[in-house]
Ligand binder design. Structure first.
Ligand code: EPU
Length: 430
């Protein structure tokens, strides 16, 4: 079994390049099938979820050409199936984007019900509500969700909850519907804007992305484009908090500092120095950090995808901190693992009460999901002694070259797959 072996105690110091945004890439790659012309996308992160998505696209007849590690050229002129049920795709949440993309282009789609990290109930009722409002008939049977419409007509949709996936999915279908669609209570995340920009570069007419109200004027068809995905806000945030937790000094490069404001604000409150420049942010944690309160919220609030990373850092900060999770109800599963490393955290419902301890100690632990897995790596880097992390496949869903990037900042971390390799690591780090 593959594991990360970590010897903690080194502050992370140096510079790290951030890759393309995973959650933007998943939607943009799926949306690339909405034209018969060739689409080229740059800055695609080479992570498991994007690779699974590209594989599923090939399984329905999309020609996928990898020009280099981060550049993909796709042509979807010869799609031969509107049923996406490749064995791997059911494991990723973003499979739902094929519904919006195929429904828009072909008025018909059938997709395996989405999986993804087990972080709570992950309903898709709002996606369905949106497709129905556009005139589609939507059914769920035998583990598949199908949507079909003779005509897709623009509509006025008010989302009951702010949903990133729902907003993007309905925006995609509406881009090729007849007439105008208005999406109210839309998600405002940077990747929603990125997908809208991508669709507009293909000839769509979408206005207001990044605000609560998105207006989509349907066009008859979309055309070729070349597009580069925005930097990953969460990968950047993870390295920023890793700098804080290890009392380090890290400059995250190739970022959009505006997207990181809620993250920078919390680091400042906790006592870090944060310096922003055009496309980089430097985080310095010279002394022990202090407690704070945080509640996860849709953008521009503090992201739920950063909740485990801030909690791990607050676990080492002075005083009592409160972390409230308001997006997903099951996102504290890492707390048991962190407790094994010496953290003092009580979870009551959607709230974690964290009494900061002076240090964590290395332990054998398991990554429960993607972001919590990354946060446990951070805990291992800050801890005294050796930490072994299982189930790193979750982490590889969303972080490209995570051990290598951390090594370049001075971390002692290695991916090991046998007992012998683990022994070798133990001998090496002493
Ligand atoms: N929700 C509904 N009905 C719906 C859709 C969502 O009730 O039809 C609820 C969800 O249960 C949740 C909340 O609305 O409580 C927000 O869900 P949202 O739809 O915004 O999330 P998502 O599309 O399932 C994406 C990311 C997640 C990220 C969330 C929130 C992808 C593939 N996933 O999920 O990313 O946490 O937005 O920003 O884009 C990750 O990268 O680790 C990850 C989990």
């Amino acid at each position: 079994m593959e594991q990360y072996a970590i010897k903690g105690g080194n502050p992370l110091v140096g510079e790290v390049e951030i890759g393309g945004a995973k959650n933007a890439a998943l939607a943009i790659l799926a949306a690339a099938i909405m034209t018969d012309e060739t689409v080229r996308v740059e800055n695609v992160p080479d992570v498991r979820d994007t690779n699974v998505l590209l594989q599923a696209m090939e399984s329905i007849g999309v020609i996928v050409d990898r020009i280099d590690r981060h550049t993909v050229r796709m042509n979807a002129a010869n799609i031969h199936s509107l049923v996406v049920e490749d064995d791997f795709i059911k494991k990723i949440r973003a499979s739902y984007y094929f519904l919006g993309a195929l429904l828009g282009k072909y008025r018909k789609a059938e997709v395996v019900l989405p999986g993804g990290c087990d972080i709570g109930c992950r309903a898709i009722d709002q996606h369905i509500k949106g497709f129905k409002a556009l005139g589609a008939e939507v059914n769920i049977a035998h583990g598949l969700i199908s949507a079909e419409a003779e005509r897709l007509s623009g509509s006025h949709i008010y989302f009951d909850v702010v949903t990133v996936g729902g907003t993007i999915n309905v925006m995609m279908a509406a881009a090729l519907a007849e007439g105008q669609t208005i999406i109210e209570n839309a998600a405002k995340e940077p990747h929603v804007v990125d997908v809208a920009n991508f669709l507009n570069s293909m000839g769509a007419n979408i206005k207001g992305a990044g605000t609560d109200v998105i207006r989509v004027k349907g066009v008859p068809k979309l055309h070729k484009t070349e597009y580069a995905i925005i930097p990953d806000q969460i990968e950047a945030g993870t390295f920023m908090f890793a700098a804080a937790a290890t009392k380090g000094d890290v400059t995250v490069k190739n970022v959009i500092p505006k997207h990181l404001e809620s993250i920078s604000a919390k680091l400042l409150e906790m006592g870090c120095e944060v310096e922003e420049s055009d496309d980089a942010v430097r985080v310095v944690a010279a002394k022990r950090l202090t407690h704070t309160q945080v509640k996860t919220l849709p953008y521009p609030g503090f992201p739920t995808d950063m909740q485990p990373q801030i909690a791990v850092t607050l676990g080492l900060s002075e005083g009592t901190s409160i972390v409230r999770e308001s997006i997903f109800e099951n996102r504290f599963k890492y707390v048991d693992e962190l407790t094994r490393m010496g953290a003092n955290i009580q979870v009551e419902g959607n709230t974690a009460i964290i009494d900061g301890v002076k240090k964590y100690t290395g332990a054998s632990i398991t990554a429960p999901d993607l972001r919590a897995g990354a946060a446990l790596v951070m805990a291992g880097l800050a801890a005294e002694g050796i930490t072994i992390i299982d189930e790193i496949r979750y982490i590889e869903r969303g972080y490209e070259d995570f051990p290598q990037k951390l090594q370049s900042l001075g971390a002692q971390i290695e991916k090991v797959s046998t007992e012998k390799e683990l022994q070798k690591f133990r001998l090496k780090v002493g």
